[in-house]
Design a protein. Structure first.
Length: 385
C-alpha cells in the first residue's frame, strides 16, 4: 500500500523536531527540510494534477498540516499557508496558473488576503502599491498574492458602497521583503511584510477572490478562501496542542518527580486529573476539526453551497478550536514544571506558538456570535456564499 501524504509527513517528525530550534532562531525553514517536505509531497498537496500535483481534498490536507504541526508549529503553519496559496491560485486565469507551475509543482507561494494594497486600473494592467503584513513563508516563495482595493475607470462598487477588491500575483523581482517578523511565537514562519511600489501587474495576473468561481472548478478548489484559511489555522492549533501533550506525557513516562514531591509526576492524582482534562480538550478540538473538514469537502465535491447555518458553524468552530487547544497547551506547560521555564524548551515554544496563533483573524470571538445569531434567524450578510 502506498503511504498517504499524512503518513509521510508523520515519518518526518524526528527530522522536524531535531531542527525546531534552528527553525525558530533563523525564522525560516532550512533548505534541507524544504527538500524533505517536497519529497514527502507536502508542497504539492493542492497543486493541480495536470501539473503533477496531488489535488488532495480538504480533509487530507488538514491531516497533513496537523501531523507537521505536532512536530513543530511553524512547519505545519508554513505548509498550510502554502496549500492556501494554491487554492487562491486556482482563481487566476489559466495562463497564470500554468506560469506558476512551469518549473514543477513543488513551489511555495505566499500571500495576504487582507486588502492592504491599492490597484489602479489601466488599459491592460493594474498599477499595484501596498504593504502586506503576515506573508508566511515569503522567504521560500516563488510568487506572492496580495489583496488590493481596486479603483479606476469601470471598477464597480458594492451595493453598500464597499470597495471592490482584486488580487494581484507578483514575482519576486516585483516586490521587496521587509524584515518585520520579530514575534512572541510561530517565529519560524518568517511572516514578514511584503512591499510593492507602483508595479504594473498584467490583467491576466489578477483575479477576484470573493464570490468567484475557480478557474480550476474542481472539489479541491471550491472551498472559499476564508474557510480554507481558517481550516489551516485550526489544523495547526490541534497539531501544536497534540505535540504539547505528547511532550508532557513523555516527561511523566520518563519518571520525572517534581521537587519536594513524594510521588512521581505519573503517580500524582492532580497531574492525572489535569492531563485527562487537556486530553479531552485536544480530542474534542480534533473531532470538530474533522467534522468541519468533511462538511466543507462534501459540499465542494457535490458542487453545492453550505447553508448560512453550516458556514456559521465552521466559522464559530475556528474560535472554539483555538480556545480549546490554547487551554490544553496552557495545562501542558504548567504540568511540565520547571523544565518548561527555559526559553526554547519544547513546551515553552508551543505555549508561545499557540498564543500567537490565536491572534489570527479567523479565530476571533465574533464568529461565535454569528453562529448564535443564525440559530435564531438573524443571518449576517457576511455568511452569503
Amino acid at each position: 500500500m502506498v503511504p498517504t501524504t499524512a503518513a509521510r509527513a508523520r515519518a518526518l517528525s524526528a527530522e522536524i523536531t531535531a531542527c525546531a530550534e534552528h527553525v525558530e532562531h533563523q525564522r525560516r525553514l532550512p533548505g534541507e527540510l524544504l527538500e524533505a517536505l517536497a519529497a514527502a509531497g507536502c508542497l504539492r498537496m493542492v497543486a493541480p494534477r495536470e501539473h503533477g500535483g496531488d489535488e488532495l481534498p480538504l480533509p487530507d490536507v488538514v491531516a497533513v498540516v496537523r501531523e507537521l504541526a505536532t512536530a513543530d508549529g511553524s512547519v505545519g503553519w508554513v505548509v498550510g499557508q502554502a496549500a492556501m496559496a494554491q487554492v487562491v491560485l486556482s482563481r487566476f486565469p489559466r495562463s497564470t496558473i500554468d506560469a506558476v507551475y512551469a518549473g514543477g509543482c513543488d513551489v511555495v507561494g505566499a500571500g495576504a488576503a487582507a486588502p492592504k494594497g491599492k490597484a489602479r486600473r489601466g488599459e491592460h494592467t493594474w498599477r499595484v502599491s501596498g504593504q502586506w503584513p503576515f506573508a508566511s513563508g515569503i522567504g521560500h516563495a516563488s510568487w506572492f498574492y496580495g489583496q488590493c482595493v481596486a479603483f479606476g475607470p469601470g471598477v464597480p462598487e458594492g451595493s453598500d458602497g464597499t470597495p471592490h477588491t482584486r488580487m494581484a500575483l507578483l514575482w519576486p523581482d516585483e516586490y521587496t521583503v521587509e524584515d518585520t517578523w520579530h514575534t512572541t511565537g510561530l517565529r519560524g514562519t518568517g511572516s514578514h511584510d511584503v512591499v510593492v511600489r507602483r508595479t504594473d501587474c498584467p490583467e491576466e495576473r489578477t483575479a477576484v477572490l470573493s464570490g468567484s468561481t475557480p478557474t480550476l472548478d474542481r472539489p479541491a478548489y471550491r472551498v472559499p478562501a476564508v474557510e480554507y484559511s481558517g481550516m489551516m489555522v485550526a489544523a495547526s492549533g490541534v497539531g501544536i496542542a497534540t505535540g504539547a501533550i505528547e511532550e508532557v506525557v513523555a516527561l511523566a513516562e520518563a519518571g520525572k518527580r517534581p521537587s519536594f514531591s513524594p510521588r512521581s509526576l505519573a503517580e500524582s492524582p492532580v497531574f492525572q486529573d489535569r492531563l485527562g482534562g487537556a486530553l479531552l480538550e485536544v480530542e474534542s478540538a480534533r473531532c470538530l476539526l474533522e467534522r468541519m473538514a468533511e462538511l466543507l469537502h462534501s459540499h465542494a465535491e457535490a458542487g453545492t453551497d453550505p447553508s448560512p447555518g453550516e458556514r456559521a458553524l465552521v466559522r464559530g468552530g475556528f474560535h472554539h478550536i483555538a480556545s480549546a487547544v490554547t487551554r490544553a497547551v496552557d495545562t501542558a506547560h504548567a504540568l511540565a514544571g520547571g523544565s518548561a521555564a527555559y526559553t526554547g524548551a519544547p513546551t515553552e515554544r508551543r505555549l508561545r506558538d499557540v498564543h500567537t496563533l490565536t491572534q489570527h483573524a479567523t479565530t476571533a470571538r465574533e464568529s461565535v456570535k454569528l453562529l448564535g445569531a443564525t440559530r435564531v434567524g438573524e443571518i449576517d450578510p457576511s455568511l452569503a456564499w
